[in-house]
Design a protein around this ligand. Structure first.
Ligand SMILES: Nc1ncnc2c1ncn2[C@@H]1O[C@H](COP(=O)(O)OP(=O)(O)OP(=O)(O)O)[C@@H](O)[C@H]1O
Ligand SMILES: [Mg+2]
Length: 356
């Protein structure tokens, strides 16, 4: 696999990390009037190779969930935070840990509980007797991949501390701002069964997650395969190869700026989002955060497919995961069992697909 980034063009100093790929601004395709489909794009090929390699490596540990693993990689490339709604024991911890290992990233986990305080996430100043001064003790948020387990078990104030940091990529404690690591991606989980003593995330907070998805149960055959592999390796842990590092991930994320999104694709995205606001069964449709999410996610899908332009199928591919949690249904259709998925499937079926 070619994971070697290109060197800088002769005579030009490298931008970005030393010795790494030069990071340029997005090419202004619009001004040129045409998508440059014939353009060889080593940067995008590189993103495709590395990210597919990562998914293949993680799928040595996580069986039968390739679609979810691909979606997680898309979310990582789009630099978005993801929410998993699942029952316990469906390998969420195992998956996020495996991604961190293969990506060469720091990983931390926070178990949300009713008594968790904002400072348990962000960190706090503690008095150091030796130096006779307060020193910052960073919380678990200072990592690359953060698994926020059962996020709806902590009270809103604590949830807000995480969500604010997620949005701003920094935390301010005692008036001092601390930048978070790059990349910084939250994988939050919540239990689908509404339990007593939980604090469901307000809809406005759900909007901050780029995608919401579920691992779901493995099939019978896959569950047998999980046991067979466990038996073969003779131990609990799965050894996975580290294929990348935080700097490379940031470069991959920046390379998405080179993926062309035509005006007709933008109009297609906006059409889908607008229709979520117009469906009579919907109380509140998606905000413009939804169209930005589709824009970012579909570029990541295109790049993972080694393409430097977005096609309508890329948008379709991410619409359900990217938008379903941004739709609030009216009570009556909700009682009848209608879901965000149903609304979006109908929209996707009915919306004219642009010819590109
Ligand atoms: N699709 C799968 N592929 C491989 N292993 C799996 C899969 N699904 C479940 N497992 C196994 O199930 C066990 C539970 O996984 P894990 O602890 O990651 O679950 P979890 O979703 O984090 O659970 P909880 O919600 O209780 O924290 C692990 O030992 C894992 O090996
Ligand atoms: Mg777990």
């Amino acid at each position: 696999m070619n994971t070697q980034p290109m060197g800088p063009p002769p005579g030009r100093p490298p931008m970005g990390r030393p010795g790494g790929m030069p990071i340029q601004g997005p090419p202004n395709y619009q001004q040129q009037g045409i998508p440059r489909r014939d353009r060889p794009s080593e940067e995008i090929q590189w993103v495709a190779q590395v990210s597919n390699g990562v998914v293949n490596e993680v799928s040595k540990a996580i069986i039968g969930k390739k679609q979810i693993l691909n979606a997680v990689m898309v979310g990582l490339l789009a630099n978005g935070n993801m929410l998993f709604e699942d029952y316990p024991g469906l390998a969420k911890t195992f998956m996020s840990n495996s991604f961190a290992m293969v990506l060469g990233c720091k990983f931390k986990r926070i178990q949300f509980t009713p008594d968790l305080l904002p400072s348990d996430i962000t960190g706090t100043y503690v008095f150091d007797e030796k130096s006779n001064e307060f020193k910052f003790r960073p919380g678990p948020i200072f990592t690359n991949i953060l698994l926020a387990d059962e996020i709806n078990r902590a009270p809103p104030k604590t949830q807000a501390a995480l969500l604010e940091a997620m949005q701003e990529k920094q935390v301010t404690i005692e008036g001092v701002t601390h930048k978070l690591a790059k990349p910084f991606v939250v994988m939050a989980t919540q239990n689908p069964v509404e339990q007593e003593g939980t604090y469901p995330l307000p809809e406005a907070q759900l909007d901050r997650f780029i995608m919401k998805m579920s691992m779901g149960y493995p099939s019978r055959a896959d569950e047998v395969e999980i046991l067979r592999r466990r038996d073969n390796r003779g131990k609990e842990d799965v050894d996975l190869q580290t294929l990348t590092n935080p700097e490379k991930i940031v470069t991959m994320q920046k390379n998405l700026e080179k993926v062309y999104v035509g005006t007709e694709i933008m109009a297609y995205i906006v059409e889908i989002i607008s229709r979520t606001r117009e469906d009579p069964r919907v109380m509140v449709g998606s905000s413009p955060r939804g169209s930005q999410a589709l824009y970012k996610l579909s570029r990541a899908v295109a790049a993972m497919n080694g393409r430097d332009y977005v096609i309508p199928d890329d948008v379709k591919n991410v619409t359900i995961h990217g938008i379903k949690h941004r739709i609030i249904l009216k009570p009556e259709p909700k009682i009848r069992g209608i879901t965000g998925d149903d609304i979006l499937n109908k929209i996707l079926k009915e919306t004219a697909v642009p010819a590109i």
